[in-house]
Design a protein around this ligand. Structure first.
Ligand code: SAH
Length: 239
């Protein structure tokens, strides 16, 4: 937690918050903070700044906050991801938030096991918690949106063309002819397949909707590796 993300319900006055649970534990045990210390904080979907600890008890911490700086710029990336295996999904969600992705579409694909859609990690509360952990890691405040589409064909035929409007559109697909571009730094939509890959039919449908197939070399990466590799190829984080 490089920054404590503050939600409306944490505010007891316009410049004061009370924190309990995970964030309190972190402030006490990991940061070893004392009264008078200043900690990085940010308001969800708002500014970042510092919070001064004015009270630290077993059950709660109270901070006076000054929020006066912009969070880091978002990535102009729409990530369209075949629903990953639950264990991976949680990590991919956190990593995506840390990298600055704000639009995440979880779609079905032939090789997505039906049971993956049953995972409790897809509940609103768990999505928010994991995205929060990812944002706190990056000192960001802008909560990503997650859209769930459990039917491939209607998504690709009815929604995807509009979603791709004004964007570079790519589908990462091993063995394809074109290498993935570098330093694109433009609004982009990127499709990433499941562990077993997209089927030829699915790649055809994604191409029909306007996506270009691109590859990352002969090595097959896990989805959780492919996401940061693709993002760092397409966008210059240090700009
Ligand atoms: N089993 C599949 C690979 C699936 S890897 C096969 O052998 O073809 C899971 C997803 O990560 C892929 O669908 C793709 O979107 C992305 N990916 C992983 N490695 C890649 C590579 N070398 N080139 C392009 N995409 C890759």
């Amino acid at each position: 937690m490089n920054l404590a993300l503050l939600f409306d319900e944490d505010f007891v006055a316009s410049d004061r918050v009370v924190l309990r649970g995970r964030r309190l534990e972190h402030i006490r045990s990991v940061l070893g903070a004392s009264t008078g210390d200043q900690l990085p904080v940010g308001r969800v979907n708002g500014l970042i700044g510092l919070g001064e600890v004015i009270k630290l008890a077993d059950s709660e911490a109270e901070l006076v906050v000054v929020l006066d700086q912009q969070p880091p710029p978002p990535l102009p990336l729409t990530l369209i991801l075949a629903m990953p295996r639950p264990k991976m999904f949680r990590r991919i969600l956190q990593t995506s938030a840390t990298l600055g992705i704000k639009d995440i579409w979880l779609i079905n694909s032939y090789k997505v096991e039906k049971s993956f859609w049953q995972t409790p990690w897809l509940s609103d509360q768990n999505l928010r918690e994991n995205l929060t952990l990812g944002l706190e890691q990056a000192k960001d405040t802008i909560m990503p949106s997650v859209y769930i589409r459990k039917l491939f064909k209607p998504f690709v035929e009815d929604e995807l063309p509009a979603l791709l409007n004004g964007k570079e559109a790519l589908v990462a697909h091993p063995g394809t002819a074109t290498p993935c571009p570098t330093h694109l730094n433009k609004p982009t939509a990127l499709c990433i397949g499941p562990e077993g890959g997209f089927t030829p039919y699915e790649v055809g449908k994604l191409e029909e909707a306007g996506c270009q197939s691109v590859h990352l070399g002969r090595r097959i990466l896990r989805v959780e590796t492919a996401v940061p590799v693709l993002v760092s190829r397409l966008f210059d984080a240090c700009l």
